[in-house]
Design a protein around this ligand. Structure first.
Ligand code: AG3
Length: 279
């Protein structure tokens, strides 16, 4: 018998992956989590029917969310991750010896548990004493926080369900207040090829511009996400990535996506994408 998983990107298209076997299925307080072993993509994590990551291409997403901002900072010491329960974002940030402390705020403990079982390459980060895991609502956490961070990384699900609050004006404003001078925020912001997301993306960038002086978008190639092209937001009150130089003297070895030439030029966007976010 053949088993296939499909994420429907809309009513007439989707991404279909042949499955070897299902490794896990659980319904948490917040969402449904499935894990599959695939033939081509390694293990695959799905939340509420949406592909969260595969072992094959998770490096693109996690390196983009972290090294792109971290390379613009001289000595990032304190980072905040909102979401990121699989541990991939933390794994990348922990590659910097300058990082002394990461607070990671994941609403759903089950995501971390599943990662510990089936995504050991990502959940290795949970063993690092610099990582402090909090099972809390990220939006509430940033609202009540007074401690500040050099780097805030929003590693969320899509803006539907529990992830929705993580794209609002109020949330971004609270994040901006807890960035240290010179600090940078990055976030995943969906595919610019997705017609259903053009307006939401436009709104996300409008929301960001209300709280940050410099807001830019950059793109990455992620074959297992809808439309294969993914966008990320870079926001700061101090760093304009279009004018600023790479400041970090340290670059982790062995990265598979990020390099400094790419990190500087990645903000150059195709016309149809510029049109979505231009004011
Ligand atoms: N965060 C989810 C990105 C959105 C994917 N959307 C989709 N497949 N419709 C991934 C978490 C990885 N740390």
């Amino acid at each position: 018998m053949e088993l296939w998983f499909t994420e429907y990107t809309n009513k007439t298209s989707g991404i279909t992956i042949k499955i070897k076997r299902q490794l896990d299925h659980r319904v948490s307080e917040f969402q449904t989590i499935d894990v599959f072993e695939t033939h081509y993509y390694g293990n695959l994590m799905v939340i509420d029917g949406y592909i969260m990551l595969t072992e094959f291409d998770e490096f693109v997403y996690h390196e983009n969310l972290t090294h792109v901002p971290a390379q613009f900072l001289q000595n990032p010491e304190k980072a905040l991750i909102i979401g990121g329960g699989d541990g991939g974002t933390a794994r990348e940030l922990l590659k910097y010896p300058s990082i002394k402390k990461i607070d990671m705020i994941e609403i759903d403990r089950e995501v971390c548990e599943v990662s510990k079982l089936y995504f050991k390459n990502l959940s290795v980060s949970f063993k690092d004493p610099r990582l402090n895991l909090h099972y809390e609502d990220g939006a509430k956490f940033v609202k009540n926080r007074t401690e500040s961070y050099d780097l805030i990384v929003i590693d969320s699900t899509d803006p539907v369900g529990p992830g929705e609050v993580l794209f609002t004006e109020e949330f971004y404003n609270n994040c901006s207040k807890i960035l240290k001078t010179g600090g940078i925020l990055t976030a995943q912001t969906e595919s610019p090829f997705d017609k259903e997301y053009i307006n939401p993306i436009r709104q996300i960038y409008k929301n960001l511009r209300k709280s940050f002086n410099y807001v830019s978008m950059y793109l990455g190639h992620i074959p297992t996400y809808p439309f294969g092209t993914w966008s990320f937001a870079f926001a700061s009150n101090w760093v304009d990535p279009l004018k600023s130089e790479i400041k970090n003297s340290y670059l982790p070895e062995g990265l598979r996506y990020y390099n400094r030439e790419l990190g500087k030029s990645i903000f150059t966007l195709p016309n149809f994408v510029k049109e979505i976010i231009d004011e």
